[in-house]
Write a protein that binds this ligand. Structure first.
Ligand code: SF4
Length: 194
């Protein structure tokens, strides 16, 4: 398991720290246990854009919890996977991108592809909408689960912008305002601190 870094309000909150500790006490010792615990803690505290069940269908969420935190109790009723309406095509494209680049090392990569695509529908920085505790958590998630995709982010573009830029480069659907980032007036929105 990876150590907790006390770098956020979530980490400093006794209540959140309590839930995190309970989850990690039941963690299976698999890749992503720690990151999933952070997301679950934030979601439970209303500090992410993810719905109950991290946006997964109830069967997938049950499978995730059973695999990563065996013995942890689940609510009787779990939310259904969200319907994004007109943004469903966008969500589908993001999911397809992430699925294509799965590392193929762990079953949780598929769940994380679904979770990350869902969090991209939020309006804040992706790491915050995922309920992660710092941007480095998201960088770790991407590097572990989607390493070849991560390797393409050679200039450390903000993650949500980076994912949409991949879609833009592929299909020209999500049109950037400039053919090159260097000449773009939105450069600061895509690069720099999150
Ligand atoms: S800097 Fe401009 S061109 Fe580059 S990804 Fe952002 S919006 Fe698109």
């Amino acid at each position: 398991m990876e150590p907790v870094t006390e770098t956020s309000t979530q980490a400093r909150s006794p209540a959140r720290g309590g839930l995190y500790a309970v989850l990690m006490a039941r963690a299976a010792g698999l890749p992503n246990d720690d990151l999933l615990a952070r997301m679950l803690v934030s979601q439970a505290g209303g500090q992410s854009a993810l719905p109950a069940g991290l946006g997964l269908a109830s069967c997938d969420f049950r499978a995730l919890m059973g695999r990563h935190f065996p013995g942890f109790g689940l609510p009787a009723q779990l939310a259904r996977a969200p319907d994004f309406g007109e943004r469903g095509v966008e969500w589908d494209d993001l999911l397809a991108l992430l699925m294509q680049y799965r590392a193929g090392a762990d079953a949780s990569e598929t769940w994380l592809a679904l979770i990350v695509a869902t969090a991209c529908m939020g309006g804040d920085h992706l790491w915050q909408d995922l309920g992660l505790w710092q941007r480095a958590d998201l960088s770790q998630l991407m590097a572990r689960n989607f390493p070849e995709l991560t390797a393409l982010n050679i200039r450390d573009m903000k993650w949500k912008k980076f994912l949409y830029k991949q879609l833009c480069d592929r299909a020209g659907v999500y049109v950037c305002r400039s053919p090159t980032c260097e000449a773009c007036v939105d450069y600061a929105k895509c690069f720099g601190p999150e």
